[in-house]
Ligand binder design. Structure first.
Ligand SMILES: Cc1cc2nc3c(=O)[nH]c(=O)nc-3n(C[C@H](O)[C@H](O)[C@H](O)COP(=O)(O)O)c2cc1C
Length: 188
């Protein structure tokens, strides 16, 4: 078993990371995270984790379930809040509806770096997809929007630039995702 079996490639792989809270309820937390891969023929990777629920959960022993998905709306929702149970195809293991791959990684924290080891994975679907710049632009806009929401200045112009690409190249799901993004960060 190796990372490439599940679609991971060298570089940064943007996935939705699902972790469990430590409470008895073990609530699921979802957030987009970049998994950094140096050797896709191995089982090891890493992620830089800034203070967040994801970081807190893995520090408290939760595995990280990486969901690979191509739903722009899911990326936006999980960047700003936790999708409810109705967004999941399965709660154990946690698989979001529309995810094409779910991999469980065991995690060891080393400061702000999560050392990840692939423990198991399932390919749900092998998507046939052409590159869509609108989808990619939603991802870029969402990265900036999460920083904008934290108070980082001078990002509005970049977010709006990606919005023009979403308008030009995206489908209805990407346009819906971008509109939702503007609502989350209260940009008109
Ligand atoms: C595409 C994308 C990639 C991201 N990658 C990371 C990352 O690698 N590390 C990180 O700490 N935050 C990353 N973020 C920001 C988190 O998703 C964001 O801070 C989120 O609100 C954390 O949610 P949580 O508190 O529920 O864990 C990324 C956001 C996006 C949109």
């Amino acid at each position: 078993m190796k990372l490439s079996d599940f679609g991971f490639t060298e570089g940064i792989n943007e996935i939705i990371a699902i972790t469990r809270g430590v409470s008895d309820a073990g609530e699921l937390n979802a957030a987009p995270i970049g998994i950094i891969v140096e050797d896709a023929s191995s089982r090891v990777a890493r992620a830089r984790l800034f203070p967040s629920h994801t970081k807190e959960n893995v520090e408290n022993g939760s595995p990280l379930w990486a969901n690979i998905c191509f739903d722009a709306v899911l990326f936006v929702i999980s960047a700003f809040e936790d999708p409810g149970e109705e967004f999941y195809a399965s709660l154990n293991p946690p698989v979001l509806k529309g995810a094409v791959v779910c991999c469980r990684f065991d995690v060891e924290m080393d400061g702000g770096t999560a050392k990840l080891e692939l423990a198991e994975g399932t390919v749900i679907e092998r998507p046939l997809r052409a590159v869509n710049r609108g989808f990619n632009a939603v991802i870029e806009a969402t990265v900036h929007a999460t920083r904008y929401a934290m108070g980082v200045k001078n990002l509005e112009e970049k977010i709006r630039y990606y919005g023009t690409i979403v308008e030009k190249c995206g489908g209805s799901r990407e346009k819906e995702a971008y509109k939702l993004l503007l609502d989350y960060i209260r940009l008109k």
